[in-house]
Design a protein around this ligand. Structure first.
Ligand code: X2X
Length: 340
């Protein structure tokens, strides 16, 4: 065969090959999370990787990088790093990705979600679909929902029962400006910092308090860094989202994509189960264990809670406009009609 003909034949063969046959699988895929396997979040990552490795016979080998170490601990840069391919896949908090995807601030609207059924009404309903479509437009492949949890406020100074109790206290808050507004509305002094910086700041007393789910409180042993007061106010909750970088996704066969998606859904269910275990009135094991550490746990009465809703209402209204009034209305309607 003449060289010219050989080249033509090869070109035809290459064009006929599906795209995935031309790309190579990586030896390792980097999975980013903020916290490790002592926390439900990290356990979900571990589970996702295990199922995928087993079902793909090791073709897809995911390695967990907790501490958002692929972006040097700066969790607000995680989403950009996934898009750029510095991170292959992640289980990320809606809070940490909200600087890039403003719709994700929805879950941080103070007192939008009164209970677990309300979170589910959003993630499993039309709002969840809209948010996945939004993430797809941003160039990542969303696969499943997980959960960090309801974020309860803690501090070293005093019991917090009413907005006035927040006055002058220094709080570490997460990386969305919405949190600065909420804590400022309460008369507190919020400072934005990463989770990595939060723990030494609490230990040294540079800040008095923070807000995080109780699973984070117990696994990170926050009672050992002065956090002697917890108030259960459930003001916001952060779902987690399982995503894969688009090019990585497209380099896999359809059969492998199916495995990765189904494994994410399974790991997400497991994540919800362990994130909610021991958190409800019927099974308050987590609160009991925190009280056992010598921590005072305040449960708000409905009237006390209402005072916080009122004080933070201007923040809700301001951010509802920025997030998109349509999406917020859809979320409110989904919650109003939820099955309890
Ligand atoms: O930084 C936090 O507080 C954490 C661990 O909950 C998140 O990544 C949102």
């Amino acid at each position: 065969m003449k060289t010219r003909h050989l080249i033509a034949a090869l070109a035809i063969a290459a064009a006929a090959m599906p795209a995935f046959a031309q790309t190579k699988y990586q030896n390792e895929y980097r999975l980013s999370t903020v916290v490790g396997t002592a926390f439900p979040w990290g356990k979900a990552g571990e589970r996702w990787g295990e199922i995928v490795r087993q079902k793909t016979n090791g073709r897809i080998n995911m390695k967990l990088y907790p501490g958002v170490s692929l972006v040097a601990g700066d969790q607000t840069r995680e989403f950009t790093a996934i898009r750029q391919g510095v991170i292959d896949m992640a289980i990320g908090s809606t809070i940490n990705w909200s600087p890039q995807i403003k719709e994700l601030n929805l879950f941080s609207l103070p007192f939008l979600m009164p209970d677990y059924a309300a979170i589910d009404a959003l993630t499993k309903g039309p709002v969840g679909k809209d948010i996945f479509a939004r993430l797809e437009r941003a160039g990542v492949v969303p696969l499943a929902w997980g959960e960090n949890g309801f974020r309860e406020v803690t501090n070293s100074k005093r019991e917090l029962r009413k907005p006035e109790d927040f006055k002058g206290l220094k709080f570490r808050v997460v990386g969305s400006p919405l949190f600065l507004d909420t804590f400022s509305a309460l008369g507190a002094n919020p400072t934005q910092m990463s989770w990595a910086d939060a723990q030494p700041a609490l230990a040294s007393g540079a800040v008095d308090g923070q807000e995080n789910p109780l699973t984070i409180f117990t696994a990170a042993k926050l009672h050992t860094v002065g956090q002697k007061n917890v108030t259960l106010w459930g003001y916001v909750a952060d779902p987690l989202i399982f995503v894969v970088n688009k090019e990585v996704w497209e380099s896999w066969t359809p059969a492998d994509r199916k495995i990765v998606r189904e494994a994410a859904i399974e790991a997400g269910k497991y994540n919800l189960q362990i994130a909610r275990e021991g958190m409800t009135g019927a099974d308050p094991a987590v609160v009991k264990s925190i009280e056992g550490m010598g921590v005072k746990v305040v449960k708000l009465t409905p009237q006390e809670r209402a005072a916080f809703v009122k004080t933070t209402k201007p923040v809700y209204d301001k951010w509802a406009k920025q997030i998109g009034p349509e999406l917020v209305k859809k979320a409110e309607a989904s919650i109003a009609s939820r099955k309890k």
